[in-house]
Design a protein. Sequence first.
Length: 179
Amino acid sequence: MPLNAAGGPTVEKWLEQGLFASRWLMAPMYVGLCLCLMILLISFGKEFLLLVEKIPVMTQNDAILGALTLIDLSLAANLVLIVILSGYENFVSRLEIGDHKDVPAWFGSVDFSQLKMKLVASIVAISGIHLLKVFMDVNKSTAESIKTMIVIHLVFVISGVLLALMDFIAAKAKTMKKG
């Protein structure tokens, strides 16, 4: 440990320790995301009950739209869960859960690059489901709003492809630097 002239830790060492400790400021954000997960669960339950209430008069189209809404909420919840677990693990501290039998296969191995790709893939899937819901009930939307949604979806898809390409190039450059 670097020492100053008086034999104590240097200002640099205090600063570095403080910066490293600041990662704990993220922990309350992950707790907030856990609460968001609960909100998504409540929303899912409400949508499910609305769907069940419609069963006697439900058309096939209504059933598909209801299912797509539930899938959409499920994907959003998965996205939040991925951010909570891998974000905490990558930026705050390792989770000490031992050899729990229910640990997801990806847990503990998702780095920041993989996290970005999972996030983008989830966003593209959610956007695609929204678009599919609009196509299923196309009479409720204007041509202009449909075009706008398609453009937004394409922007998400292209962004995901470009992000993957940048990660691929960075990984190749890293490999070439080592070799």
